[in-house]
Design a protein around this ligand. Structure first.
Ligand code: AMP
Length: 281
């Protein structure tokens, strides 16, 4: 397993692999890797001859008051995690490698980014799509792997790949959770023990919503109410949003039918956590 920091080095390595006729998978991450990321890497390893993992805390997807500086970083830990999952190469560029001076071109998407996190983090998805598009052009992977944990991101990436004809197959991977149900996230490290306990309210509330749908409830508003009311029973939780949308376009629905995304964002103390489930109505 190798770590490279420049675009030139990744390209040279991928070109060598291509000459040998090998296929390449890409797993874009911001590092501080956990089993969620490793599940993506393992999936890529099982479907491609070589797997590149990018580890880059992408400054242009963070708003001015967000946690860019505080975001956890530990390359040694990430190297072990990639090695353990069978990845072949880490691309770990400096921000100046990805964003030289006078950087003025962006991938901007509409529709799928209007609601949920897009509504409260206005430049977030422009930053995500731009860096992911750059990574696609740098690595030129056959397939790229994304977690359903960030469901709106997944829908948005699928959209721009389709709209802009990027020659890459997007593979979605299920949410990996802690044993008690909390969705694994690098941001969970911000939680103190009391907040870590309180954070269980996200998965518990979603479970109630899911059970109601499984029992036949089809009103999106009823599901939102059930989830919101349960979230409000936790004193450390402050709801950012609870939304029921169609998974393809990320637009609100009144009635649950087809592939539906039920997504929440909740502050536990100062830490903003997201979670969701997708259900076929
Ligand atoms: P991040 O490092 O948070 O930008 O995440 C990198 C990739 O890992 C994204 O595609 C995420 O959706 C995915 N990911 C993060 N956490 C999880 C999880 N708990 N389960 C599955 N995928 C995840």
């Amino acid at each position: 397993m190798k770590v490279v920091k420049t675009i030139q080095e990744v390209r040279a390595q991928v070109q060598e692999w291509r000459k040998e006729g090998l296929t390449v998978g890409l797993v874009p991450t911001m590092g501080y890797l956990h089993e969620g990321h490793q599940s993506l890497i393992r999936k890529s390893v099982s479907e491609n001859d070589r797997t590149v993992v990018s580890v880059f805390v992408n400054p242009i997807q963070f708003g001015p008051n967000e946690d860019l500086e505080a975001y956890p970083r530990d390359l040694n830990r990430d190297m072990k995690a990639v090695e353990e999952a069978g990845g072949d190469l880490i691309f770990h560029p400096e921000p100046s490698e990805m964003y030289p001076g006078h950087f003025t071109s962006f991938i901007d998407t509409t529709e799928t980014t209007e609601l949920l996190c897009g509504a409260v983090r206005p430049i977030h998805f422009r930053g995500v799509c731009t860096v992911v598009g750059k990574l696609f052009n740098i690595v030129l992977p056959d397939k790229a792997y994304f977690g359903q944990k960030d469901a709106q991101q997944l829908a948005t990436i699928r959209r721009f790949v389709r709209d802009l004809n990027f020659p890459v197959e997007i593979v979605a991977c299920p949410i990996v959770r802690e044993e008690d149900g909390l969705a694994k996230s690098s941001r969970n490290t911000y939680l103190n023990p009391q907040e870590r306990q309180a954070a269980l309210i996200l998965s518990k509330s979603l479970k109630l919503g899911k059970a109601a749908i499984e029992q036949g409830e089809r009103s999106a508003q009823r599901i939102i109410d059930i989830i919101r009311q349960n979230l409000q029973t936790e004193p450390l939780a402050r709801v950012d949003y609870v939304e029921v949308v169609d998974f393809e376009n990320i637009q609100r629905v009144e009635t649950i039918q087809g592939e539906t995304l039920v997504a929440i964002a909740v502050y536990i103390g100062k830490t903003r956590l997201i979670d969701n489930f997708i259900i076929k109505g």
